[in-house]
Design a protein around this ligand. Sequence first.
Ligand SMILES: C[S@@+](CC[C@H](N)C(=O)[O-])C[C@H]1O[C@@H](n2cnc3c(N)ncnc32)[C@H](O)[C@@H]1O
Length: 247
Amino acid sequence: MDDIFLDIHRCMPRQGPGNNDLTRRALTLAGTLPPKAAILDIGCGPGMQSLCLAEEMPDSRIFALDNHEVFLKELEQKIHEQKLGNRVQTINASMLAPPFEKEHFDILWSEGAIYIMGFENGLRLWNPLLKPEGILAVSELSWIRHERPAEISAYWEEQYPGMQHISGNIAVIEKTGYRLCGLFVFPVEAWYTHYYNPLLKRLDELKNRYIGIADFDTVVQMEKTEIAMLKQYSDYYNYVFYIMRKN
Ligand SMILES: C[S@@+](CC[C@H](N)C(=O)[O-])C[C@H]1O[C@@H](n2cnc3c(N)ncnc32)[C@H](O)[C@@H]1O
């Protein structure tokens, strides 16, 4: 099943919702940026946001960390094409134990990946990597309304039980040694352009290769259910970008 999932998810521009405008908007909300920033992009996937950060901060040095080699290879190809090898470096490591010294980074960035360890765990575990006043920007699946229909509550309770309302995540930010600089909710199209639309195309391309393979049908069903849920219930949840500074 994991192999099929990875095969479906390769050759896509992103592995989650987002786009460069949103990455730039998050960067703007962080306020004054250090001139020669050391940046760690955690759970970088194929690295759209790593390359956007490199473009926006021309004197920065970016470490793009992920534990799936297939995505890192895709990013390395783009780094090569864009001649960014002296500024953007991939790291195959776990986000649970990033191999860096304390206070090594000016900026920690993580789009659509902190859910893997949970919002609070991620904020706590990554805190020591940041210099004082360092920036942490994370996008996280969040409830945007307190009351919601039973169907969507039950769906996300099963898929991501740790998902919180925006207010809950703000409380976590404040109790884990950061202060909020700003936040914003993603526009719904940010799920489709670089993620769901390429994913649906990929499912269509692969269907003949996996004829009669039950695990493929299971993954297709899972992906299509997730997309149908967003279509019906995007008033109730979405990705939210949280931008904060370490106290
Ligand atoms: C939803 S994707 C987001 C990728 C990318 N930030 C984007 O928005 O396109 C989550 C990423 O986290 C990576 N990942 C999963 N578990 C990980 C771990 N324990 N350590 C590091 N990366 C991990 C996956 O390989 C995947 O690339």
